[in-house]
Ligand binder design. Structure first.
Ligand code: ZN
Length: 439
């Protein structure tokens, strides 16, 4: 996955949108250590669309490189970015001790970013030099925005990442404003159609019930941000309201996910109608009978001593680190265990190997046979699929004059570009890394 990072110039003003880390195979190739392609001191402002690491992971490099201006983001994005960057620093420290990979910045650079943040609410117009800017709901993760920039009599929109349809908790992606001269849009799933979202709770219920019938442990590797909160929200519905799941202990074994959940609790104003209604009726969306939050390493170890069927939700989402690895080491060899994969698994990760049927797998230097049942559900994606992107781009007040597609594998971007051109008659360009466009 590429690290998102776009530089806009209008007159003498230079605005950067996002500055993320490369993930997956790009991460392994060490691309994060490449120097930035611009001098951070030339920037007038930085906008952060959302807290995901591939949009925020290299922000501290700007401070390290001498940038002393502001970072503009929604209050929820600011809180979540702090958690994500602190976690990234910890992971870099671990990887440095284990594999000798570089630590890109230190905690003072992160503090620098946090101190320079300027909170901006959705729809509040603000100015950077002569440019007038407004954030709209992207519906991708909590606090996520797409950005409307008006300057030089031109209107340009940056999509950031566009959310899936009907994601729980989150409001839907806002319609595009009219009169857009250029839309710069992500295309991560530009060639794919997701499973139906409305079936996700049903699928989850079925998989959990089957796993519990086997009598073993159900492991749910989960991304700490958004995916875990949506999972808790669905479990809360199934357990607390519908009483449709067997009563077993459930553990959330991830300090980052626990802290991120607190941010979701803090900004209730960002909830969609359903979540808002439930909260107003007195429901705690992320807490239900049987759920234990495991903050410390000791809490985590105690999970082992609980006998019988149980559910463990732990990071990392692709099993390439985090506490899930310890549980996998212990429970993958047991034939009554289940591993339920709910997110994208990048090539080269432990999750992908298991999904591809590799056994035994190597975990912390040990050869581990996979006897557990391995299941995968695709309905939990945080990204828009091809249909949603078509509807969103084509469904605004008027069609954008030009569309530039970025942030996708070439096959995904090309497939979406073809449909936009053929079905909507849109001038569409696929923008590769490092390309400059004049609008
Ligand atoms: Zn994202």
């Amino acid at each position: 996955m590429t690290g998102s990072c776009s530089l806009i110039e209008t007159g003498d003003t230079k605005i950067l949108i996002d500055c993320g880390m490369f993930q997956g195979s790009d991460f392994n190739e060490g691309k994060n250590s490449d120097p930035l392609v611009f001098d951070p001191k030339i920037l007038d402002a930085v906008i952060v669309t959302h807290a995901h690491l591939d949009h925020t992971g290299r922000l501290p490099l700007l401070i390290k490189g001498g940038y002393d201006g502001h970072f503009y983001a929604t209050p929820a994005t600011i809180d979540l970015t702090r958690l994500i960057l602190e976690d990234a620093l910890e992971v870099m420290g671990y990887n440095n001790r284990k594999f000798g990979s570089p630590i890109l910045y230190d905690s003072t650079d992160i503090v620098g970013v946090i101190q320079q943040f300027k909170p901006i609410e959705y729809y509040e117009e603000f100015a950077i030099a002569e440019a007038k800017i407004r954030f709209h709901e992207a519906g991708h993760i909590f606090g996520s925005v797409f950005v409307e920039i008006n300057a030089d009599d031109k209107k340009v929109v940056f999509s950031g990442d566009v959310g899936n349809v009907d994601a729980p908790i989150l409001r839907d992606t806002d319609a595009l404003p009219g009169g857009i001269d250029a839309l710069i849009c992500e295309s991560t799933y530009g060639d794919r159609i997701h499973e139906n979202q409305s079936k996700r709770r049903e699928i989850l219920e079925r998989e959990i019930t089957e796993a519990m019938k086997r009598g073993g442990v159900l492991m749910l590797p989960s991304f700490s941000l958004e995916r875990t909160q949506e999972l808790l929200y669905d479990l809360n519905d199934l357990i607390d309201r519908q009483h449709s799941l067997p009563r077993v202990p459930i553990f959330l074994d991830s300090p980052l996910a626990i802290n991120a959940t607190q941010v979701y609790r803090k900004f209730k104003g960002y909830y969609d109608q359903e979540a808002d209604r439930l909260v107003k009726a007195g429901d705690d969306l992320f807490q239900f009978p049987g759920l234990t939050m495991c903050e410390t390493r000791n809490d985590s170890k105690k999970i082992n001593s609980i006998r019988g069927p149980k559910i463990i939700i732990a990071g990392a989402g692709m099993m390439n680190g985090g506490r899930i690895v310890h549980h996998a080491l212990r429970y993958l060899p047991e034939s009554d265990s289940t591993l339920l994969i709910i997110g994208y698994q990048a090539r080269g990760t432990l999750g992908r190997q298991i999904l591809d049927g590799v056994s035994p797998v190597k975990i912390m230097g040990e050869s581990v046979p996979v006897r557990a049942h391995v299941k995968a559900v695709g309905a939990f994606s945080a990204h828009a699929d091809q249909e949603k992107l078509m509807d969103w781009i084509g469904g605004g007040e008027s069609l954008p004059k030009k569309v530039y597609l970025n942030h996708g594998e070439p096959t995904a971007s090309d497939a979406l570009a073809k449909r936009l051109t053929e079905e909507l008659g849109l001038k569409t360009t696929v923008v590769n890394r490092g390309l400059t466009v004049k609008i």
